[in-house]
Design a protein around this ligand. Structure first.
Ligand SMILES: [Zn+2]
Length: 298
């Protein structure tokens, strides 16, 4: 196990423990969740070493990389994904003010979003660490994909849009990535970052069972404040924060499953509806948030 010693947001080295939770998906191992005393960033305090993290992703259940529709929860997820592709496309178009352009999708996984954008006429590059996922997206959709190291081949200021859909929380060196994103983004480009929200109503409701903790795969548990702090440090300004409403239902259902409850999907939908009403007037309490950021003028 490693130990997070330095906060990637503020550089602080004092952390206070919040609780211990488990890897519900793959190993059942326990991990500590702690909070930076300097800026409030919540972190997985004792994550695996980076060279050892691969085995925590080895699961038939890891939906981001699977195409299965075996049970109702997964089927719902896949239907939601289909719906979300259209929303993501429209968000990119609106945020950039462009109907086509160059887009880099970091953490492109099996390539569904990249493929959707390519069909809409965008020039797409996917960046993906998982060899199988990268090969799948290249073979199935003809996506141009790079390994994470390959991002250094992209030209400065060459991307109209950079997207990270639930990816930044997985990256061991978010500072390095924010620097690379700033380098490749065009001066009038937009970076879109979707993240679980540790200050969401469902995070508070489920506590240590909140499925979007997803330890140890999620290393950082951002709030709006901590993400904006990180963005600012790297020369970005925030254009917009939007809720991702559907994640609430999926995360609630998984959280009930983590608690070992039956009819988790039904409970998830009911709790999701309740929390959605609670969130109506507090959009920063949504389960997941999308941040649209741009390069600060220098
Ligand atoms: Zn900090």
């Amino acid at each position: 196990m490693a130990e997070v010693r330095t906060c990637p947001v503020c550089g602080g080295s004092d952390f206070s423990d919040l609780f211990t939770t488990h890897d519900h998906l793959v190993t059942g191992e326990s991990f500590r969740v702690a909070q930076c005393c300097g800026c409030g960033l919540v972190v997985t305090a004792d994550p695996p070493e980076e060279h050892d993290i691969g085995r925590y992703y080895v699961s038939d259940d890891y939906i981001s990389h699977s195409d299965k529709k075996q049970n109702l929860t997964e089927l719902s997820y896949h239907l939601a994904r289909k719906f979300m592709l259209g929303r993501k496309f429209r968000l990119v178009r609106r945020a950039t003010g462009k109907s086509t352009g160059t887009i880099v999708d970091i953490g492109s996984g099996t390539g569904y979003f990249a493929s959707f954008m390519q069909q809409k006429g965008w020039n797409v590059t996917g960046v993906e660490i998982n060899d199988r996922a990268r090969e799948f997206s290249a073979a199935k959709f003809g996506i141009r994909t790079l390994t994470p190291a390959g991002i250094s081949d992209l030209n400065d200021a060459s991307a109209d849009c950079v997207t990270l859909w639930h990816v930044l929380e997985h990256l061991y060196d978010p500072e390095k990535w924010m620097g690379e994103i700033r380098r490749i983004l065009a001066d009038d480009g937009r970076c879109i970052i979707a993240l679980p929200n540790i200050e969401s109503s469902d995070a508070q409701w489920f506590g240590e069972n909140w499925a979007a903790l997803d330890v140890p795969r999620h290393l950082w548990h951002f709030s709006p404040d901590s993400l904006l702090h990180l963005a600012e440090k790297h020369g970005f300004a925030c254009e917009e924060i939007r809720p991702l409403p559907l994640d609430l239902f999926y995360i609630s259902a998984l959280s009930y499953r983590n608690r070992g409850r039956h009819v988790a999907l039904l409970r998830g939908v009911v709790t999701g509806l309740f929390l959605a009403v609670v969130n109506l007037f507090r959009s920063n309490r949504a389960s997941s948030l999308i941040y649209v950021i741009s390069k600060q003028k220098t």
